[in-house]
Design a protein. Structure first.
Length: 181
């Protein structure tokens, strides 16, 4: 069987962070259908580790109406359409912007698909070590953000209790644990 084929596509909405489109498709059996797709640029998520301490950021997440702890992560606004920075540059920039940390070493732990049933967004998970503290340079939308250090046991307790619910953070924690084996 062949994959689903896009027959036509209409842009429904656009802003600097995403494009929403509706695609007319042909399924492998020849029947027609539609897919709503959210296109977003690639993102970087950074696990900043200093011994058994890990840097998390907390911020208000408007779509769910809650403050949440998560690993530093982000995209390059306005980079849709091929103007994305290199993955390692994006990771270093997001770490610096959100936490003020600079890393001597950045190693890829893996790749994640955010919501492949509705979004094209993919991201890379990085392990940052050899950290030095500097000033953060947060975007205007991140003005309520703050960061702190947590032990591995604290992070796992926060995941179990539902204090950390960000799927990418939980998946990144799993990639880290697998890499540490």
């Amino acid at each position: 069987m062949h994959p689903i084929e896009r027959v036509a596509s209409r842009e429904v909405y656009r802003n600097p962070w995403m494009i929403v489109r509706e695609d007319d498709v042909r399924r492998p059996d020849g029947s027609s259908g539609i897919y709503g797709v959210v296109d977003k640029p690639a993102y970087a998520l950074i696990v900043a580790r200093d011994g058994d301490r890990y840097q998390l950021v907390e911020q208000f997440r408007y779509p769910i109406g809650l403050r949440r702890w998560e690993f530093p992560q982000g995209t390059a606004p306005g980079s849709l359409g091929g103007d994305e920075p290199a993955a390692d540059e994006l990771a270093a920039r997001e770490l610096r912007e959100e936490t003020g940390l600079r890393a001597e070493s950045m190693v890829v732990l893996g790749q994640l698909d955010v919501a492949p049933g509705m979004s094209s967004q993919r991201g890379w998970v990085w392990l940052a070590t050899g950290l030095t503290q500097g000033e953060h340079d947060r975007e205007h939308e991140e003005q309520d953000m703050h960061s702190d250090w947590f032990s591995g046991a604290q992070i796992e307790a926060m995941i179990r209790s539902g204090e950390i619910t960000d799927a990418q953070t939980i998946a990144a924690w799993t990639l880290l644990r697998l890499a540490d084996r």
